[in-house]
Ligand binder design. Structure first.
Ligand SMILES: [Zn+2]
Length: 508
């Protein structure tokens, strides 16, 4: 008690008798328990108990010690039920919230495999279920997603691997002897087992040296060793010799070969829901008719083009509508129309032809595939027509929403000239804005500020060709691409010809 009184005096805190208890082993005689109780006044309690979220126990590790932690995960997931979370949103919650919950426990305990399996089951159900928590198809087993993204996973770490890495960390701290805990454990181990062998390896080193070729022995003996410096343990897997959990995790985990296509689809310019869709596409985890047939859902199948049954390969590769949309952008960007073997080959091919790694072209195929899939779902589930022009418009819209700086077709500065003085003044934040244009204007201003675009006013006479085309598009209510001067409307050819001759344009 003297120790506790001194603690109270030093810290200024008081020890509550009602909240304090003592634990004593079963073999201890009853008289011993009575003495402790009479001296301290504390209640006697039994193991196990929870201290700072970690079970303190003797004997074998039991599954029931982890019930509390599994319950917390389950409650957290049920708290998110009925919320409209996208797959990307769920993925972020799993990576950064759910996966972090049990980690403090894994620092000191390696949980039984049953506990790990039940956690992984909860995560799998959360990822693949719909917003109301109804079960949907689980497209893959949980271990398949526990890889870094560039190895085809979802950047989620397996609990088994993490628990093993934490065990290594614990062992490292024990061997390094740099903490109070390590010194305590070392003295305890010495008492229990007598001695620890430590670094008594000298006889083995000499035996090994005798068997090695002379040239290698000479090289080893050339290594300068200072007898004055203390021996230090170095972690071989990190360059500075200090322990990093990341390197321990890399050591224990399974690896898969890296693939360039994953580094394209998981870049920061692409929203996570789009990246997750592309990941599903590359692994064949999309609910196309052929994939559903394989899982026992037999149905009459027809692609949006009405020509063939819907398969993943046809919809994203051979379907004339998809090819038209891809071809449209390839023509705009001056690329030769590409034949490609699979959707997997599409992003790397565009990347190789792009002028730089973060060029707009790199992102374009990702958004094309995303919009093609969205249009297919709208056609299938909301009876909306699959219009290629509408998909092209949506694609352009999603590209324009990118909120990071990206290089535009190799140009560093774009100059936009408009004959509408009102619009130019709005862009430059001068004058009141019509409320129904305010949203569009905000987006335009954001785009202008992120991509070095200069906007200025010119008289309509200077934009006669653009003016003509805008009127033409409004009257025809469709988009069309002119690939040669011969295809242009006759009046427009006349305007361009007049402009080339520097003849003043007179507005009609
Ligand atoms: Zn088709």
């Amino acid at each position: 008690m003297d120790f506790l009184h001194r603690y109270e005096a030093v810290s200024g805190q008081l020890i509550s008798q009602a909240k304090s208890s003592f634990y004593i082993g079963k073999p201890a005689p009853a008289s011993c328990r009575t003495i402790v109780y009479s001296v301290t006044g504390f209640q006697r309690r039994q193991l196990p108990f929870i201290y700072l979220g970690c079970p303190i126990f003797t004997g074998c590790l039991k599954i029931s010690y982890f019930d509390d932690m599994v319950r917390k995960v389950r409650e957290m997931i049920s708290g998110w039920a009925n919320r409209l979370l996208t797959f990307g949103g769920k993925l972020i919650l799993i990576r950064h919230v759910l996966s972090a919950l049990p980690l403090h426990l894994f620092h000191v305990l390696h949980p039984p495999s049953t506990v790990i399996q039940s956690l992984e089951r909860l995560f799998t159900r959360f990822l693949w279920s719909d917003s109301e928590g109804r079960r949907r198809i689980h497209w893959c087993r949980w271990p398949a997603v526990c890889f870094p993204v560039d190895e085809g996973g979802l950047d989620i770490r397996s609990f088994d691997d993490m628990a093993e890495a934490f065990e290594i960390k614990l062992w490292w701290r024990f061997r390094q002897q740099s903490s109070l805990w390590a010194s305590f454990m070392k003295s305890k181990e010495s008492v229990v087992s007598g001695t620890i062998t430590g670094w008594a390896l000298a006889p083995y080193i000499f035996l090994t040296l005798q068997r090695l070729p002379r040239s290698i022995v000479e090289q080893i003996l050339l290594v300068p060793i200072s007898s004055e410096e203390p021996d230090l343990i170095r972690w071989d897997l990190s360059p500075d010799g200090t322990f990093h959990l990341q390197t321990a995790w890399e050591l224990v985990r399974c690896t898969r070969p890296r693939d360039e296509v994953y580094s394209i689809i998981w870049q920061r310019h692409i929203p996570s829901r789009v990246s997750f869709f592309l990941w599903r596409l590359l692994h064949g985890f999309l609910a196309t008719d052929d994939a559903l047939c394989l899982r026992g859902f037999h149905m009459v199948s027809r692609c949006v083009c009405g020509r063939e049954a819907e398969t993943l390969g046809h919809h994203f590769l051979d379907c004339p509508r998809t090819r038209y949309i891809c071809g449209h952008y390839q023509r705009i960007l001056g690329m030769r129309e590409l034949g490609f073997l699979s959707p997997r080959a599409l992003p790397p091919i565009w990347r190789r032809r792009a002028p730089s790694r973060n060029h707009l072209w790199v992102l374009m195929p990702c958004f094309i595939l995303w919009q093609v899939w969205k249009a297919r779902n709208a056609y299938r589930f909301h009876s909306q027509s699959f219009l290629t022009d509408a998909v092209i418009f949506q694609e352009a819209d999603s590209i324009s929403c990118l909120d990071e700086t990206i290089s535009w077709s190799g140009h560093s500065v774009l100059e936009v000239e408009s004959d509408s003085a009102t619009m130019v003044s709005w862009v430059h934040s001068q004058g009141p804005v019509r409320w129904d244009y305010s949203y569009l204007l905000r987006r335009a201003c954001h785009l202008i500020s992120s991509a070095s675009i200069q906007v200025r006013h010119v008289l309509r006479e200077a934009t006669s060709a653009a003016d003509f085309l805008a009127n033409w598009a409004c009257s025809h209510r469709s988009s069309r691409q002119f690939s040669s001067p011969q295809e242009l409307p006759r009046d427009l050819s006349g305007i361009i010809h007049t402009d080339a001759q520097s003849i003043t344009y007179v507005r009609r």
